[in-house]
Design a protein around this ligand. Sequence first.
Ligand code: UDP
Length: 397
Amino acid sequence: MSLLEAYKEVVPPGTVEFLILLAEKVQGKRILEINSTRVGGGVAEILRSLVPLFQEIGLDCRWEVITGTEEFFNVTKAFHNALQGWEQNISPQMLQSYREINRENAARLSCDADYVVIHDPQPAALIDSRPPGGKWIWRCHIDISRPQMKVWNFLRQFVVKYDSAIFSLPGFARKLPIPQFLIYPSIDPLSDKNRELSTEEQGRILEKLNIPLDKPILLQVSRFDRFKDPLGVIQAYQLVKKHHDVRLILAGGTATDDPEGEVVLSEVREAAFNDPDILILLLPPDAHLEINALQRAATIVLQKSLREGFGLTVAEAMWKGKPVIGGFAGGITVQLVYGITGFTVHSVEGAALRIHSLLDNPELSIEVGREAREYVRQNFLITRNLGDYLALMNYLG
Ligand code: UDP
């Protein structure tokens, strides 16, 4: 069965036929996707599925990754934090290093294509070395609605040189002289992260991870990043634990473009110290089946982010029919329709209260999980994302 045929089994009826029509006018066009890591984090997760789909539907799609020094990734992480509203000290030397590494990458990569899609701030300055021809699109995955202005103004000088920009939420759009588009991110229902697992397969994976199944499981899957609020998750668990005997699993890894992970991980370990019912799992970047099995084993999935671009982990858990409690942040708010497809919360106490009520009401969990899966099917699958890109390419010509 071809890849597209396989999607017909899970996506809304008519979707694949519509994609084939949308792809007609852009057959054979060259697309180049550039981001800053091949593993870890949501962007890599999407590109891993999107690139083969573009190829399957008749486009010539390449995926390149910029390389950089440790200093460069410290700088871009500081940018990331500052753009999401967390004040950072940015020195002129840091800006210099950002430009230099981008120049080096521009010299190394061949950026000749009909459509060049640059993901996030890390490679944004590649636009300065743009070859003639081709449309350049800046695809921003983070929440830049309340940025540290100094950093945004620096980045903006590159962004305005693009032909268009894509954001994940209407509220993330900025005042820009270029057209801006809204495209929600997506998950791949056929990937190892999300495909169905047999009970035996799931059991084997959980056994290998040493996950006891004797208590309800609260789970958060995410990079060890302050915006994901792992310490808040531990506090919520501790409040719940006074009344319910549950287990908390914090599963995460580090991304090659995220140098802060180690520090946050050690803070999490310290907060979890001495509690045998908190399991901290440090997973390798290719632990897709493991995350799939953990999400399926969870009683309740948490994503208590304080800031979030979109939060693919939310859609992943919803697709598995799980009740999800998420921080009221960024794209989590469009996935979790309160009380229908999940619950958003504003505090540790709010999260704990919601966990309590779901544990006390398993019927509600089942109902919310069912709605959640259908909501993802209609809105957040990779085929919808592919369709949005094809429509944009048709528009840009
Ligand atoms: N992820 C993973 N391993 C980890 C932590 C996260 O594979 O240890 C995956 C997770 O399943 C999701 C993506 O990385 O697919 C994270 O995307 P999200 O949008 O939730 O957050 P980001 O890391 O991009 O901020």
